[in-house]
Write a protein that binds this ligand. Structure first.
Ligand code: GDP
Length: 301
């Protein structure tokens, strides 16, 4: 189920409130059943869905039972709608402020994630995003694992007129990362984005490499790049990366496709880390800023 379908199903569940003559516990339960089914179908983690159900029920019941709200039916609908809205926002809001790059200093951003999730593409998109906002931006390609990774960076960075650093001969990603960051710091770049290698699955070598690169470049912010189609594997994968790379932000890619997206949403709660951008296409401008409230408002359209 793609995200638009989820929005439609959530709306249909909320519409039950309007159809019912009285919003009572039975109506509340029926609505919650549909909401939870829609979230589960979208791959949102089962524990998160259970917790949302319980919180909505408790808050909505308490509000409906308060004397002030006992009489007016329109108020009662609005109260339940607001409780649902707030809990959906909570699902994608860990209540943590992500790092914000500051001008006039070097901000090192390290991107981590499994191969194919869209890391290299996202690094260039990010560099373009910050460059457009007046940050002198560049990319360091520390992915020595995937053949062609540096060529991909070189091509997309050249196209986007972004400075880049990498090597065809150096095989040590830690050394490349350190060299590139030192060079760009000396040249007073504001935003220095370090692209790391991915592998196909979670492996101890990959996590060890992330630790070493992190120690070498001391990132101000590490970003986990997650494919929207990740599904139920999101929790384990994001926790594993959190332990080695301690990322402080998440970017979910391929939100334009047929992915369900709910798995990636589960990574927010599993790691208490905010999503900061959504990748919405293959072009360099296809990067949307993410904020919990507008996202849920748009989802419910
Ligand atoms: P990496 O191995 O993690 O560095 O992944 P790449 O950056 O090479 O991306 C893998 C594939 O996903 C490429 O074909 C990208 O064009 C594509 N891709 C990356 N981000 C997005 C996105 O937001 N939307 C779509 N539709 N494709 C994307």
């Amino acid at each position: 189920m793609v995200l638009a379908d989820l929005g439609r199903k959530l709306n249909a569940a909320l519409a039950q409130l309007n159809a019912a003559p009285i919003v009572d516990e039975k109506v509340l339960d029926a609505m919650l059943k549909e909401i939870c089914a829609a979230l589960l179908e979208s791959d949102v983690n089962v524990k998160l869905v259970a917790s949302l159900r319980q919180k909505v029920k408790a808050k909505a019941k308490a509000a409906l039972e308060s004397d002030a709200n006992k009489s007016k039916e329109a108020n009662r609908r609005q109260i339940v709608q607001k409780v649902v809205f707030d809990e959906l926002v909570d699902l994608v809001d860990p209540g943590v402020e992500p790092y914000k790059p500051k001008k006039g200093q070097s901000n090192v951003i390290m991107a981590v994630g499994l191969q194919g999730n869209g890391k290299t593409t996202t690094c260039t998109k990010l560099a373009v995003y910050y460059q457009k906002r007046g940050f002198k931006s560049c990319i360091v390609c520390a992915d020595t694992f995937r053949a062609g990774a540096f060529d991909q960076t070189r091509q997309s960075a050249t196209k986007a007129k972004i400075a880049y650093f990498g090597s065809y001969t150096e095989t040590d990603p830690v050394s490349i990362a350190a060299q590139g960051v030192a060079k760009f710091k000396k040249e007073r770049f504001d935003v220095i984005i370090v692209d790391t290698s991915g592998r196909h699955k979670q492996e101890s070598e990959l996590f060890e490499e992330m630790v070493q690169i992190g120690e070498a470049v001391q990132p101000n912010m590490t970003i986990l790049v997650l494919d929207a189609s990740i599904g139920q594997a999101a929790e384990a994968q994001s926790r594993a990366f959190k332990e080695s790379a301690d990322f402080g932000a998440i970017i979910v890619t391929k939100m334009d496709g047929h992915a369900k997206g709910g798995g990636a949403i589960s990574a927010v709660a599993a790691t208490k880390t905010p999503i900061i951008f959504l990748g919405v296409g293959e072009h360099l401008a296809d990067l949307d800023r993410f904020a919990p409230q507008p996202f849920i408002s748009k989802l419910l359209g």
